[in-house]
Design a protein around this ligand. Structure first.
Ligand SMILES: Nc1ncnc2c1ncn2[C@@H]1O[C@H](COP(=O)(O)OP(=O)(O)OP(=O)(O)O)[C@@H](O)[C@H]1O
Ligand SMILES: [Mg+2]
Length: 390
């Protein structure tokens, strides 16, 4: 493994010194420069010195008392040196900061206090990825699906949305994070591995290992199956972030079935999502619950990402869609018709609705996928070339 050159950016003197010892202790990397303050602009001398050091990796320590400055520095360094990897070092108890660091461009989030082993593993992951030529490409998008109330239809929406995205765009993964995973049953798959195996092996995860944990549906959709034991151990925040970081580097669309999961993980997934699809029905209990779930997700900053999907939709006299939006506090994204026989038959047989082309309900899920991706460059291009060939 070639030696990696590392720049350390840390405002705390002791932390900076410790990190240098740890980096040099890995014996696969060497500190070539250290900075005692965060760069704030592309033209400032700190940025110039970091650029001149030409690092393979920049370690940015996120101080507990001022994360925004460090996050801004990560964003700036990522813009200025897109080819250099950034590893953020920080506290694992602040999920939003982990998410923001990854969004700003950090490739890894490493826990403080850091160990030589943590750093060594991260360096090895980086060089393995570089050797395979899988450098940062465009990142995929996450759509998560969560229920207002148990049984409202999150799994039905997640499975069929994922199949619709796969059939138009390919490269789609469905991740089952339900408290007890049902997605495999909906798709008549018998997974060998599930999400718990993937999180247990994150320390050595790469593209081929990730693929080996997925179960392929015959249409090409890749399922990371859910747990088949109700009391499975939950991965930590950092593990979830790393798993999703892997997923969005390898798939264009990642659909998450959170079903009726209301916990730190569902909040974290919501903040990693492009859109959170909150599935509710038009009865009082469901709309009341939807408002509570919206509030719950809003507490960790996801309010604007949440959109309402009304399942088993039928017109109720005297009750309009804007009443539903007002009751929940989220904009309506989509309506799925009430078709008990079609939906329950599809689940019982393990043949998702999307496999029954040209039915009203399959067209409904195709429309939902189209609506979610209408601003994506590739989707636009496909629509344009389709139009052109007519
Ligand atoms: N659009 C629909 N029309 C009629 N029935 C539906 C519809 N969507 C779902 N159902 C029914 O609701 C039941 C639950 O569906 P599904 O498994 O998708 O719900 P879920 O919200 O994921 O449940 P859980 O809370 O267990 O995760 C199914 O038995 C299905 O028949
Ligand atoms: Mg479910």
């Amino acid at each position: 493994m070639p030696e990696l050159s590392v720049v350390i950016v840390a405002t705390d003197n002791e932390q900076r010194a410790v990190m240098q010892v740890l980096v040099d202790g890995t014996s696969v990397a060497r500190t070539v420069h250290t900075c005692a303050s965060f760069p704030v602009a592309g033209s400032d001398p700190i940025t110039r010195r970091v650029r001149a050091a030409n690092p393979d990796v920049t370690l940015v320590d996120i101080p507990a008392d001022n994360p925004p400055l460090a996050l801004r520095a990560i964003e700036l360094l990522h813009q200025e040196m897109p080819e250099a990897a950034i590893f953020a070092i920080g506290n694992l108890n602040q999920p939003q900061i982990i998410v923001n660091a990854m969004r700003a461009g950090a490739r890894e989030f490493i826990e403080r206090p850091t160990t030589t082993t943590d750093l060594l593993e991260a360096f090895v992951r980086l060089t393995t990825a570089q050797r395979r030529g899988r450098q940062e490409g465009p990142r995929g998008k996450v759509y998560s699906v969560i229920n207002a109330k148990g049984g409202n239809g999150a799994t039905t929406v997640a499975v069929n949305l994922a199949m619709a995205l796969q059939s138009v765009h390919g490269q789609t993964a469905l991740v089952d994070l339900a408290p007890l995973g049902h997605a495999a049953l909906h798709m008549n798959l018998k997974p060998v591995f599930n999400v718990a195996d993937a999180t247990r092996n994150l320390h050595r995860m790469d593209a081929s290992l990730l693929e080996s944990f997925m179960t392929r549906h015959n249409g090409g959709l890749q399922l990371l199956a859910g747990t088949n034991m109700p009391a499975a151990v939950d991965p930590s925040t950092a593990e979830f972030v790393r798993l999703f970081d892997m997923l969005v580097t390898h798939y264009r669309y990642v659909v998450v079935d959170a079903s009726s999961r209301f916990d730190a993980a569902s909040r974290l997934i919501a903040s990693l999502s492009e859109t959170v699809l909150l599935v509710a029905c038009t009865d009082v209990a469901s709309l009341w619950s939807a408002a509570r779930v919206q509030q719950y997700l809003g507490e960790t900053g996801s309010r604007e990402r949440v959109r309402l999907v009304l399942n088993r939709f039928r017109k109720v006299p005297g009750f309009s869609e804007s009443d539903a939006e007002a009751a929940v506090g989220a904009k309506l994204l989509w309506r799925v018709p009430n078709q008990y026989f079609a939906v329950s038959g599809a689940i019982d047989r393990g043949t998702p609705l999307m496999e029954q082309r040209n039915t009203e309900i399959a067209r409904c899920f195709s429309g939902l996928a189209q609506e979610l991706t209408r601003n994506d460059v590739e989707a636009k291009r496909a629509a344009w070339s389709l139009f052109k060939s007519v």
